[in-house]
Design a protein around this ligand. Structure first.
Ligand code: MTE
Length: 320
């Protein structure tokens, strides 16, 4: 995700995201090492330092999900402080720093378009018939970093089915709230506001797709897309639209925010695909936040068994 377009910046000026992350991780690890050594010197044990963490220390999934990964979870502090949410600014720390005045409650969602039931619904009523589940998913950003996040949410299909989408509903279009007074980034024309995203109907109905309300069993913080966001773990993170106020069943493939912003770089499908590079960087590897060395990126972010059949016969280089 970049603000300045490629034609605005000479390539000599671009710091690849991974070198930037590399530096950040290096600084973090060495700082941690320094702190650890100081504590060891003071005669304390390493265990004494581990209690300073967040809700992850006590957290266990209530009901393990069928597609959960058993990889190490990303600490809550990283998930809530290293964010992309351009409505609050373009730097990774901006969403946590600038979202304090955002009001995620009360909240209404408009359900519209090709469905038997449509209208404005209170968030509580949207969620009430469902029991939220814990789902531990890999989260891969198009910029080359990744996390493992224990989401709390409801399978999107369960929610959508209640509205009775008709046979004309071939796509679902999502819209983020527009509140420039609470979201300072919306006062700048970095992107076309409000942020919009879309999924094909079968993608929206896939059991992996979640409407998330929390992380580590706690309600979403503003920087993570409170009170309601999408999670589509086999796609790059930008498909996972935050702070949703509208769900629209439509017949034709919609344009999405990043596609509108840079059509040569971001397509509608945006499936994680290590074989198709971003025009300006490779997608073959990724850096898991908290780790120093890069790892290989997996096709469909490792969820091929659950999703590959939806794209059989499609040229994924063209439909990137
Ligand atoms: N949704 C909105 N409304 N605005 C955004 O800027 N950023 C996207 C996505 N959803 C974004 C958004 C991107 S690029 C990513 S990687 C994920 O949110 C980041 O989610 P996280 O901050 O919870 O990791």
């Amino acid at each position: 995700m970049l603000i300045r377009r490629p034609h605005d910046i000479p390539s000599s000026e671009i710091t690849p995201e991974d070198s930037y992350l590399n530096r950040r991780e290096f600084i973090r690890k060495t700082a941690a090492l320094g702190a650890g050594m100081a504590i060891a010197g003071a005669g304390l044990t390493a265990a004494a330092t581990a209690t300073a963490g967040g809700p992850q220390d006590k957290w266990r999934p209530k009901s393990p999900g069928p597609y959960d990964t058993d990889e190490e979870l990303t600490p809550y502090t990283d998930i809530t402080s290293y964010n992309n949410f351009y409505e609050f600014g373009i730097d990774k720390g901006d969403p946590a720093a600038n979202s304090g005045s955002f009001k995620p409650s009360p909240w209404k969602v408009e359900v519209a378009g090709e469905a038997k039931k449509t209208g404005l619904i209170d968030l509580e009523d949207l969620l009430k018939p469902h029991t939220p589940v814990d789902r531990i998913y890999r989260h891969r950003c198009v910029e080359g970093w990744s996390m493992v996040i224990p989401w709390l949410g409801i399978p999107l299909a369960d929610v959508l089915n209640r509205f009775g989408p008709t046979s004309k509903a071939r796509y679902v279009h999502f819209t983020t709230v527009l509140r420039p007074e609470e979201m300072p980034g919306q006062k700048r024309s970095v992107l076309a506001w409000p942020y919009v995203e879309g999924l094909r109907m079968d993608e929206a109905m896939n059991p992996l797709t979640l409407l998330a309300t929390g992380i580590y069993g706690k309600s979403l913080l503003n920087q993570n897309g409170a009170p309601l966001r999408l999670v589509v773990p086999w796609k790059y993170g930008f498909k996972s639209i935050k702070s949703i106020v509208k769900i629209n069943f439509i017949g034709t493939q919609p344009k999405t925010t990043w596609e509108l912003s840079a059509p040569g770089e971001y397509g509608f499908y945006s499936n994680v695909n290590p074989e198709v590079d971003h025009p300006r960087w490779s997608q073959a590897r990724e850096r898991r936040i908290g780790e120093f060395f890069k790892r290989k990126t997996l096709m469909f972010n490792g969820y091929g068994e659950q999703v590959a059949s939806m794209y059989s016969g499609m040229d994924l280089r063209k439909n990137f």
